[in-house]
Design a protein around this ligand. Structure first.
Ligand SMILES: [Zn+2]
Ligand SMILES: [Zn+2]
Length: 148
């Protein structure tokens, strides 16, 4: 499968499209993503912001420091993650992609916060913190993201 890649929320009010291949696909085990998603582990598909189109009047967002998470204000589906320190990048939630099976993660991030009963026996690299270095060298869970 090649670009464009499409996705959207559960109710269909939010839709997005990427015209290029993702530059990053990761799991995130941080507590911030866990709260935001309600799931024991999250996964993100990263694109460059100028390669995507995101539409939907119902789109809402929640900002926490440099991190902003977008979601559908109608159905609540988590849609995207951005970080001011990662200018020009946008990370869609893997589960919001129309063809999620295409986006195989290549790394686990924030495994220090991974739940003890969650076992994912793959051979992927595991990062104690973020898999996407920030300029300030930080990447703790409050400012986590995709690889987060
Ligand atoms: Zn929706
Ligand atoms: Zn995270």
């Amino acid at each position: 499968m090649t670009a464009p890649h499409t996705g959207g929320c559960r109710c269909g009010a939010v839709r997005f499209e990427a015209t290029a291949e993702p530059h990053h696909i990761s799991y995130c085990h941080c507590g911030d993503c866990r709260r935001a998603s309600g799931a024991p582990v999250s996964a993100f598909v990263g694109f460059m912001a100028d390669e995507i189109a995101l539409n939907g009047k119902s789109l809402k967002s929640y900002r926490n420091g440099p991190v902003e998470r977008s979601f559908c204000g109608i159905c609540g589906t988590p849609v995207a993650y951005t970080d001011k320190r990662l200018d020009g990048h946008i990370y869609f939630t893997l589960g919001a992609m129309d063809m999620p099976a295409y986006f195989r993660p290549t790394v686990h991030a924030h495994v220090r916060e991974q739940l003890p009963f969650l076992h994912m026996p793959d051979a992927l690299p595991r990062e104690l913190k973020t898999s996407v270095p920030r300029p300030d060298g930080q990447g703790h869970s409050l400012s986590c993201g995709p690889g987060a």
